[in-house]
Ligand binder design. Structure first.
Ligand SMILES: C[S@@+](CC[C@H](N)C(=O)[O-])C[C@H]1O[C@@H](n2cnc3c(N)ncnc32)[C@H](O)[C@@H]1O
Length: 330
């Protein structure tokens, strides 16, 4: 896994130059070290958690440890940190970024957060805080070997955990036009879902889709010039919808949140940061269900969003929505 060099070339006549793509080939492991990911809504997360020395925190979406580095400072000495991520390369990098955080017991687990209750139970932890910062980090988006971004050419893979599942190319070379249309519409409200589904199936008869360029070209061929929104690239929603499908990203978030909340210590807090309406909807329903038991207090009726200074510093935070629930046993 990892360390693979992408050397594929688009087989289609429409060249990367035509759609303005950057062609990048790189050794993935080396590049991750240089990636920066600004943790989102840190002020709000820290004020809701109210962590103190000795506390236990679970970062269920460890990423590049942006939040966890700050948690480690707050819970030392004597605190415990569990970091979970389903991306093995990211987990390794996070481990190294946290190596200087001392005075804290650290556990790292390569897993899907939908297994969070098992991970916590096996380590015998009773967390004071659990964070689920959903989605991807910048390193994953910008890594051309993953094929997540339409702006760089790479293999059409999109899997977060490359040790299992089906790459995007296999999915798109297999589904019917109607199934592709449904996927694009359900996961990203793509207006041109039908035309894009038809075009993908038409083009793959010529040659199977292999690269991000192949998919961008299918979208550009399907969406009429006059109908394009100047603010976002026509392939934005298609790429988002397919990535969500490849990784099953929207399935079972609500159950994972309920499982996570039920692991909390008395007065412990679960925070979820979401970036997609389908994720926030599940968080809202899960928290409503939990609050109805009277064992939990939903801290915000409406989700909190980043302040304008954060959005101007870190534009990728603009769609973030924060919800929080606290366990109250006594
Ligand atoms: C937005 S990033 C987290 C960034 C992190 N808070 C930071 O500040 O560096 C989300 C991370 O969650 C991971 N992730 C997404 N879905 C996951 C899942 N179902 N199970 C485990 N990890 C997941 C991704 O691989 C990614 O590294």
């Amino acid at each position: 896994m990892g360390n693979s060099v992408f050397q594929g070339k688009s087989t289609r006549r429409t060249s990367a130059k035509f759609i303005g793509l950057r062609k990048v080939a790189m050794l993935r492991g080396k590049e991750i070290e240089n990636f920066r990911h600004d943790p989102v809504m840190v002020r709000e997360v820290m004020s809701v958690f109210g962590l103190k020395p000795g506390d236990t925190v679970v970062d269920a979406t460890l990423g590049l440890a942006g939040h966890s580095k700050i948690f480690a400072e707050a819970i030392k000495p004597g605190g415990t940190l569990l970091g979970i991520d389903w991306d093995a390369d990211i987990l390794e990098e996070a481990k190294s970024r946290l190596s200087e955080s001392v005075g804290v017991t650290k556990h790292f687990v390569h897993s899907d957060y939908r297994q969070i209750a098992r991970c916590i139970r096996e380590l015998g932890l009773v967390p004071n805080g659990i964070l689920m910062d959903l989605g991807l980090n910048s390193a994953q988006i910008d890594d051309p070997t993953r094929g997540i971004a339409f702006s760089t050419e790479g293999p059409l893979d999109m899997r977060m955990d490359r040790s299992r599942g089906e790459p995007a190319s296999a999915l798109l070379n297999r589904l019917s036009p109607h199934e592709i249309e449904k996927l694009l519409f359900d996961n990203a409200d793509e207006r041109w879902a039908k035309a894009i589904g038809k075009k993908i199936v038409e083009l793959r008869k010529e040659a199977p889709l292999r690269t991000t360029t192949d998919l961008v070209n299918a979208v550009l061929a399907a969406v009429p010039l006059g109908a394009r929104d100047k603010r976002i690239h026509p392939a934005t929603r298609t790429f988002q919808a397919i990535r969500i499908a490849v990784n099953n990203e929207l399935e079972g978030i609500d159950e994972a949140l309920v499982d996570a909340a039920n692991c909390l210590a008395d007065k412990g807090t679960l925070i979820v940061l979401s970036y997609h309406s389908g994720e926030d909807r599940q968080a809202k329903h899960a928290f409503k269900e939990l609050a109805a038991t009277k064992e939990f207090e939903d801290l915000y009726r409406k989700p909190r969003q980043p302040e304008s200074d954060e959005i101007s510093r870190n534009p990728r935070s603009r769609s973030a929505k924060l919800r929080a629930i606290r366990r109250v046993l006594t």
